[in-house]
Write a protein that binds this ligand. Sequence first.
Ligand SMILES: Cc1ncc(COP(=O)(O)O)c(/C=N/[C@@H](CCC(=O)O)C(=O)O)c1O
Length: 416
Amino acid sequence: MRIASLSLTKPTTKVSRNKNFGKLQAGYLFPEVARRRREHQANNPDAKILSLGIGDTTEPIPPTIVEAMRDAAIGLGTRQGYSGYGAEQGQAAVREAITQRLYAHVGRKPSEIFVSDGSKCDIGRLQLMFGSQVSVAVQDPAYPVYVDSSVIMGMTGEYNGQDFDGITYMVCRPENDFFPDLTQTPRTDIIFFCSPNNPTGAAATRQQLTELVAFAKKNGSIIVYDAAYALFISDPDCPKTIFEIPGAEEVALETCSFSKYAGFTGVRLGWTVVPEQLRYADGFPVMNDWNRIMSTIFNGASNIAQAGGLAALSDKGWAEVHELVAFYKENAAILKQTFEGLGFNVYGGKDAPYIWIQFPGRASWDVFGEILQNCNIVTTPGSGFGAAGEGFVRISAFGHREDILEAVERFKKVYA
Ligand SMILES: Cc1ncc(COP(=O)(O)O)c(/C=N/[C@@H](CCC(=O)O)C(=O)O)c1O
């Protein structure tokens, strides 16, 4: 996407810029990775570059789901099949199906499920709902949206050379088994917590999430739990939703997405669960404000996407979703084994589609550049996810199988 260059001509408007944007140190991580890929391709036009950078799905959407979206699209061309604006909270059937498939067993109700155009979008809207006066904690490293949206919302101070003043960074590294020491973590209003974690691939255990919920209860905090990769969890001791933890409904909301499950990264469909029991300090239900946000600045998820989501949640569709997830998990296992065989410290890749590889003493962007130059493979530098990601590189398992196999051959040639 072309970004306007800084114009040197005299500006026409007298509108002041939102000063928070000036705090951001660079462009958003993934467009910067893409820019460097384009630059490398321009300098090496014959290079066949493989992308294991952005976590974007690559495999076709399964037939049951595609057929449902096809039929919905065709239906829009008929009087009886046409529909316009839907409920901003999502179609009742979709809310019901998400509940039955994922949350009824942990006490959640359809009225607590809000269907959206994706988790990233919901994270931005959640930030708008919380407002700029709240304090925020994030895992470090973590999905960049938590920090960048907090900066843009004015919840933080300036960049201090390593990270942003005013944010509590809960360091997650091999030394602490990728779970923060909550006894040393100050209170914040909001705690962003992603499990399985992007980028480390670490899935929190039941015990760890029990600690997290108790920590939030003690401090009167709200957990924004990001479960975008929960279906990749195979460890029975790692919950697939925060609501498996008793009492979580009083301190947590959960956002999730069809993106990595059904290949919906381009179709755009997600949801956020806001329990009735989640209240602000004054007792007002958070759900009510979330509903106000969704009805005020969102006009509902696409009717075609929701038809696809409903099909994905059917018995047949859900089986197809699990086949897709299993395919990417196999990719992750191939990559994990390869790097372990090359003698690297490798994390993740078991309960998540990301492999987190340590390059001790190396700058992440340097390793990114070395892999791009020597292997023609795009990865994501760990420092792009936070200061604690420095010295690591994330490799995505989202790819065609032949590309994954080609990539491991290239890695073996260069790093054996
Ligand atoms: C923890 C987590 N939560 C939400 C998303 C995005 O979900 P959707 O907006 O529903 O596609 C993502 C997507 N992450 C990809 C895509 C990059 C991006 O969304 O900016 C990545 O880390 O490569 C994610 O990792």
